[in-house]
Design a binder for this molecule. Structure first.
Ligand SMILES: Cc1cc2nc3c(=O)[nH]c(=O)nc-3n(C[C@H](O)[C@H](O)[C@H](O)COP(=O)(O)OP(=O)(O)OC[C@H]3O[C@@H](n4cnc5c(N)ncnc54)[C@H](O)[C@@H]3O)c2cc1C
Length: 601
């Protein structure tokens, strides 16, 4: 990799999904003139664009025709009729969904801002699906007690992302498209910039900024079956951790109940929101046994565990018994084509099944990371339980843990969280810059350090023995799937940690075959695999320490929540010697109004 002179900006955002693009657009609108976004993909290929089902907000546009029905048809609420929803109810559902691990101060902000952010999207030109009388349409979603998922057919993320991208371009935000951040520079608790590769040329650049913001998304790619795009390798969380920033609540990883069987590609929760059934090999709607009140629309942790139990007890479908059927035939041709066109196409193309005529085979799929880089409600990254800020470093969206989702996220709250906290981070960054923030001199030589790192991948190893990063990644995914999946226990988690340690050693021998500069995806694959190894160790170590079951973290050897000991956030601090050092942070709870309860649906 050749070297070139430093690039400087007032604000450097990594990630062009909803969180990053909102932050950049707002900082720019608030008067910061020099704002840039770096994205390893073309901005519009960010995973936000893959979101299907909806974005939550208590708009009160529709209600069930039969108020006693948890399923069934909806109708517009006539103007003047009593509302059925409120931000208070949205807050209550989110807290319960989070298994009381979500910070209630942050949840309150998110659900209050939800209404404004959805109308802001609408006013920016976002094409939502409509009710017959022209208002934004809403559908049901898991864990939400009333219909409040605002949607655009099953292309919701796509239309939201295109809308903010257009506005950011109009605002004059500079995009570095297909640039890859590989090192974050934090010295003396001040974030000073990063090192990035221009993927198209292979050139390495030192990029300095007064403020750096991460909106780098999730990390489902550490599992074999995942709904996540190939780019979702958790680079941002690994970069932050390598720079000395702790990671919070990493043990909480969401498995979505309906990934396409064997592929993991998402069949949106909108399938169940619209009325789809889950059935086992006897044709039984087994959710009756697990969540009789909410059935298929219980929160994801509960539905995924129920499916896995059916599979483990021999009631799965397909030749290996590892699938479940998602049956939507009763919704009818017209409704499926109007509301779920993308889902139908995915099932047709990848499983050869037309959901209009046949049930689709599905299985749980690694989907969403509740944990991440700890940040406050303004996206300011913090480094300890006291909330000490890392100066100049911000994060929002799926890579951050603010923490609104706690131990389990409700569907449609993620597009919401990324938008609301991306926007808030944008305002906070503008204030920081306008308050006199300066570019900081860098003491070390990060460019040279990374140049050597890349050169090593291309070199011949001293002992002549090489490893392929793809083989290391495959083994990692196997152990994460088997040992850090839906059900966990001490034996499995220790096995995962041993495997990860061994794979980290193997990684020292990784060499690439492609020695060229331009579009060297071999080098990127190696860097991404190292990131997977880094945060997977944190996930397994945090999960091993948490001897309870809460939300998505389900341990067969400690099968109940333990509020006395574990109603607290995990902070995993990097430690050169041997894995992370864990400390804990209090959860923000309004004890008068939302004390922990037994979580039943
Ligand atoms: C298939 C699917 C469907 C979903 N459906 C819904 C839904 O209906 N409703 C809902 O609320 N949520 C949904 N989610 C979750 C939601 O889409 C995501 O959590 C959210 O969009 C994340 O947004 P983000 O801005 O944090 O990151 P992303 O949109 O994932 O963007 C990450 C950005 O970071 C960049 N990046 C990452 N690493 C680097 C690096 N090293 N260098 C440079 N750039 C980098 C990428 O290029 C990208 O631009 C869904 C998720 C999936 C996978």
């Amino acid at each position: 990799m050749s070297q070139s002179s430093d690039i400087t900006h007032d604000v450097l955002v990594v990630g062009a999904g909803l969180a990053g693009t909102w932050a950049a657009m707002i900082a720019s609108q608030a008067g910061v003139t020099d704002v840039a976004i770096l994205s390893k993909l073309h901005p519009l290929r960010s995973h936000s664009g893959a979101a299907q089902g909806g974005i939550a907000a208590a708009l009160n546009n529709v209600r069930p025709i039969n108020p006693n029905e948890k399923r069934g048809d909806l109708e517009p609420i006539p103007p003047g009729d009593d509302p059925i929803d409120s931000w208070e109810l949205h807050m209550k559902d989110t807290i319960k969904g989070s298994a009381w691990l979500g910070d209630q101060n942050a949840i309150k902000i998110m659900v209050q801002d939800a209404i404004d952010i959805v109308y802001t999207y609408e006013h920016m030109g976002c094409v939502f699906s409509r009710t017959p009388d022209g208002r934004i349409n809403q559908r049901r979603f898991g864990g939400h007690s009333v219909p409040r998922a605002n949607f655009a057919a099953d292309w919701t993320g796509h239309v939201l992302l295109h809308t903010v991208y257009e506005q950011a371009c109009k605002q004059g935000v500079k995009f570095y498209s297909e640039w890859y951040a590989l090192d974050l520079i934090v010295e003396d608790n001040v974030c000073k910039g990063l090192v990035a590769i221009d993927i198209t040329t292979g050139e390495l650049h030192l990029m300095r900024a007064k403020a750096v913001m991460f909106g780098t998304g999730g990390y489902g790619r550490a599992w074999r079956i995942t709904s996540n795009a190939t780019a979702n390798t958790g680079d941002g969380v690994a970069l932050a951790y390598n720079a000395g920033v702790p990671l919070m609540d990493m043990e909480f990883v969401q498995f979505h109940p309906t990934g396409l069987y064997r592929h993991g590609i998402l069949m949106s929760e909108a399938c169940r929101g619209e009325g789809g059934y889950l059935v086992n090999n006897s044709g039984d709607r087994f959710m009756e046994d697990y969540a009789p009140d909410r059935m298929e629309l219980a929160p994801r942790d509960i539905v995924s565990r129920s499916e896995q139990t059916e599979i483990d007890e021999g009631r799965g479908v397909e030749a290996d018994g590892q699938g479940i059927h998602l049956d939507m035939r009763h919704l009818g041709h017209e409704r499926i084509l109007e509301r779920l066109p993308q889902v139908r196409e995915i099932a047709l193309k990848f499983a050869g099944v037309d959901i209009i005529d046949h049930p689709a085979p599905i299985q749980p799929t690694a989907h969403y990371s509740m944990g991440g880089i700890p940040a406050d409600v303004n996206g300011q990254v913090i480094r300890d339980a006291d909330g000490t800020p890392v100066t100049g470093f911000y994060a929002a969206g799926e890579c951050a843990c603010i923490s609104v989702h706690g131990a389990n996220r409700l569907g449609t709250n993620s597009l919401l969280g990324a938008s609301v906290f991306g926007r808030r981070a944008g305002y906070a960054i503008a204030e920081f810059i306008q308050g006199g923030a300066q570019l900081q001199p860098i003491q070390g030589n990060p460019l040279e350090r990374n140049r050597q790192r890349i050169a090593r991948f291309k070199s011949d190893p001293a002992n002549g023995k090489t490893e392929s990063w793809a083989a290391v990644a495959r083994e990692l995914k196997d152990t994460m799937t088997t040992n850090v999946g839906i059900f966990r226990n001490e034996t499995r988690l220790r096995k995962a940690l041993d495997d990860i340690k061994r794979l980290q050693e193997h990684f020292g021998q990784v060499r690439v075959m492609d020695k060229s500069a331009r579009f060297n995806t071999d080098i990127l694959g190696a860097l991404e695999t190292k990131h997977l190894l880094t945060f997977s160790e944190v996930i397994a170590a945090s999960a091993l320490a948490r001897t309870e079951s809460r939300g998505a973290h389900s341990r067969t050897d400690h099968d109940a929540p333990d509020n006395g000991n574990w109603l607290k956030h995990t902070l995993a601090h990097p430690n050169d010697d041997d894995g992370p050092t864990l400390s804990y942070k209090a959860v923000d709870i309004d004890w008068d109004n939302h004390p922990p309860e037994v979580r039943k649906y």
